[in-house]
Design a protein around this ligand. Structure first.
Ligand code: ATP
Length: 320
């Protein structure tokens, strides 16, 4: 049976990562394992920035955003020679297995490390909800609530001044944050990679609102859909008559205290990851499907088609 495991966070930070770290540490210790924290994602493995964690290392962190282990992106980790340094550092310390909390890029690193003899389990820590092997990623719900909170405030001004607000939200190439926040806000228009509208149609709908009774509009746009969101807003203003401002919510979306949902999700997934490592599993990632915690082979998980939420996309029109 394994005796020593490590835990790290990698890729973009997400609220709830700390709850996942806590769950891994507490469950690991409970089952008699030694648990080691790795700083700065894969970089800490290569630099041997690894330290023993105890019960109290994770006290009082459930409500903190970000990650106490810090996170990083290390391009060089794609090279086998660099991963070999990491494996040697782990082996020298007797650490036989790892929990990697991050996005799909981090999953690839975890799979490759497993192939080199270190069993790794991935947890989906990203606000983007862009991992098909789970209904929800850790951080998505908190981020969604932050967006809703921000848009509620922007809405006040939009209504008072009869304006159009074009609001760009995160999600990388995944439209879930835009779709969910758009439905939560009853936005006049939602534009995501799964819901693209021709520009003439966008202008015509907004113009109809402008000349009609509803003298304000909220347009929610997924990041990376328009090369320059401010120019898009300027075109709306020119073509519809609406005084229009673009708001890029930016990194405020990534921070903050995790929601109750994200905390519980992280706790369940973290504890399950330790169970998997104790069962000798590796090269897998954890998900929650229909409220059940499950595991997938990482390569299989990365091939799964993403749920495009067809029934929710339908609601964009139904609820207008
Ligand atoms: P986010 O969704 O927040 O972007 P992510 O985990 O997808 O998170 P990436 O930057 O893609 O973020 O990946 C994180 C790290 O994982 C990379 O910096 C690199 O160290 C490692 N990684 C990514 N792809 C691979 C790969 N093919 N092989 C080995 N390691 C990889």
């Amino acid at each position: 049976m394994i005796k020593k495991i490590g835990v790290l966070t990698s890729g973009g930070d997400a609220p709830g990562m700390n709850c996942a770290i806590r769950a891994v540490v507490r469950a690991g210790l409970k089952y008699g394992l030694e648990v080691y924290g790795v700083m700065d994602g894969y970089r800490g493995l290569v630099d041997d920035d690894i330290f023993p964690m105890e019960r109290y290392s994770v006290s009082d962190i459930v409500n903190r955003g970000g990650t106490i282990l810090q996170t990083a992106r290390l391009r060089e980790f794609k090279e086998e020679s660099v991963r070999k340094i990491a494996v040697n550092n782990l082996k020298r310390r007797g650490i036989e297995a790892l929990v990697v909390i991050g996005g799909d890029g981090s999953y690839m690193g975890a799979k490759k490390l497993t192939e080199m003899g270190i069993n790794c389990v991935g947890l989906p820590g990203t606000i983007d909800n862009d991992i098909a092997s789970t209904d929800y990623t850790i951080g998505f719900d908190t981020c969604l609530n932050t967006i809703v909170d921000c848009i509620d405030k922007i809405r006040d001004t939009t209504s008072s001044h009869q304006r159009c607000a074009v609001i760009e939200v995160m999600g990388n190439h995944c439209g879930d944050l835009a779709l969910f926040s758009g439905l939560a806000e009853g936005a006049e228009m939602i534009l995501t990679p799964d819901h693209v509208l021709p520009e003439e149609e966008i202008m015509a709908s907004l113009k109809k609102l402008y000349v009609g009774k509803k003298k304000r509009a909220i347009v929610i746009v997924s990041e990376k859909m328009y090369p320059n969101i401010h120019e898009f807003a300027a075109r709306i203003q020119a073509e519809t008559g609406f005084e229009t401002k673009a708001e890029v919510l930016g990194r405020v979306q990534r921070g903050g205290s995790p929601s109750g949902f994200d905390r519980v999700l992280a706790a369940r997934m973290g504890a399950y990851a330790v169970d998997c490592l104790l069962d000798g599993k590796g090269g897998i990632c954890i998900g929650m499907i229909n409220n059940k915690i499950v595991d997938y082979d990482i390569y299989e998980a990365l091939k799964l088609p993403r749920d495009k939420h067809a029934s929710m996309l339908r609601l964009i029109d139904v609820l207008q």
